[in-house]
Design a protein around this ligand. Structure first.
Ligand SMILES: NC(=O)c1ccc[n+]([C@@H]2O[C@H](COP(=O)([O-])OP(=O)(O)OC[C@H]3O[C@@H](n4cnc5c(N)ncnc54)[C@H](O)[C@@H]3O)[C@@H](O)[C@H]2O)c1
Length: 253
């Protein structure tokens, strides 16, 4: 699918991987709407790329429905949706203060997995109304999993479960939405240099980078965004999760 003039929704677009995706898609002519809870940052970024910012909490059905309605009024029905909103706080199952609270586990699942599904379902509903292109395509939905979906470390039980859910729903969603000409994909990044990573001490960044076979450096958000662009433009990609990780296979800790 061509990017030019296609309405695109990017959650988590106020920071890191989502911001990079929003910038690259806007550069190639997509009409970008950034959905994020960080209102001011989202506004500032949207302004620089000629898109719009919409305050949206992906965990809420009402918030996401209202956000889609606003974006649609400005740009038309979405043809592209990219799920980048996520949280990654580590916590052990058995911590110093006893078993991990169920609320913590549910929160991570809620933002990362239910939030991604919330956007997927609403995006699919808009896409089915769009006119198909010559390839029969009406839309592309991309979610962001993680290599932790496959080899989560100690402290990542909740995070890995949430990302594993994204991996698992990609194929059934692609199969179901095929009849509407909507493709569904996911990306599983390894270690990327986002504000979260940049806040770690340099020594910690270096030791993380040393675990990466090649290239032995953190990925740049732009490199993630390039995969998003390729997935949108390449019509044969569907129902797949693509790792982008320098051949990293994470150790238990
Ligand atoms: N950075 C990495 O190395 C890495 C690796 C693997 C996977 N990921 C995944 O990529 C995605 C983006 O990560 P990042 O590093 O850019 O993180 P980030 O913290 O820089 O950005 C995440 C964005 O999501 C937004 N957000 C959080 N909760 C939200 C909610 N309920 N509703 C709407 N927006 C919300 C935040 O405000 C923020 O702008 C996440 O899903 C993360 O799990 C990142």
């Amino acid at each position: 699918m061509q990017l030019k003039d296609v309405p695109a929704v990017i959650t988590g677009g106020a920071s890191g991987l989502g911001e990079a995706a929003a910038r690259l898609l806007a550069e190639h002519g997509a009409k970008v709407a950034i959905f994020d809870v960080q209102e001011e940052k989202a506004q500032a970024i949207a302004k620089t790329l000629g898109g719009i910012a919409v305050t949206c909490d992906v965990t809420s059905a009402e918030s996401a429905e209202a956000a889609f309605a606003k974006a649609r009024a400005a740009h038309g029905p979405a043809g592209i949706a990219v799920n980048c909103a996520g949280i990654g706080v580590p916590a052990k199952i058995l911590g110093k203060e006893g078993p991990l609270s169920l609320d913590f586990f549910n929160k991570v699942i809620n933002v990362n997995l239910s939030g991604s599904f919330n956007i997927l379902r609403l995006a699919a509903a808009e896409m089915q109304e769009r006119e198909a292109n010559d390839d029969g395509e009406r839309g592309v939905i991309i979610s962001t999993a993680s290599v932790a979906a496959y080899e989560g470390q100690i402290g990542q039980a909740a995070y890995s479960a949430s990302k594993g859910g994204i991996v698992a729903m990609t194929l059934p969603a692609a199969r179901e939405l095929a009849r509407y000409g909507v493709r569904v994909l996911a990306i599983a990044p390894g270690l990327f240099m986002t504000p979260m990573m940049a806040s770690l001490p340099e020594a910690a960044q270096e030791s993380l980078a040393a675990t990466l076979p090649f290239p032995s450096r953190l990925g740049q958000p732009y490199e993630y965004a390039r995969i998003v662009k390729e997935m949108i433009e390449n019509p044969i990609m569907n129902g797949e999760v693509v790792r982008i990780d320098s051949a990293l296979r994470m150790a238990p800790k």
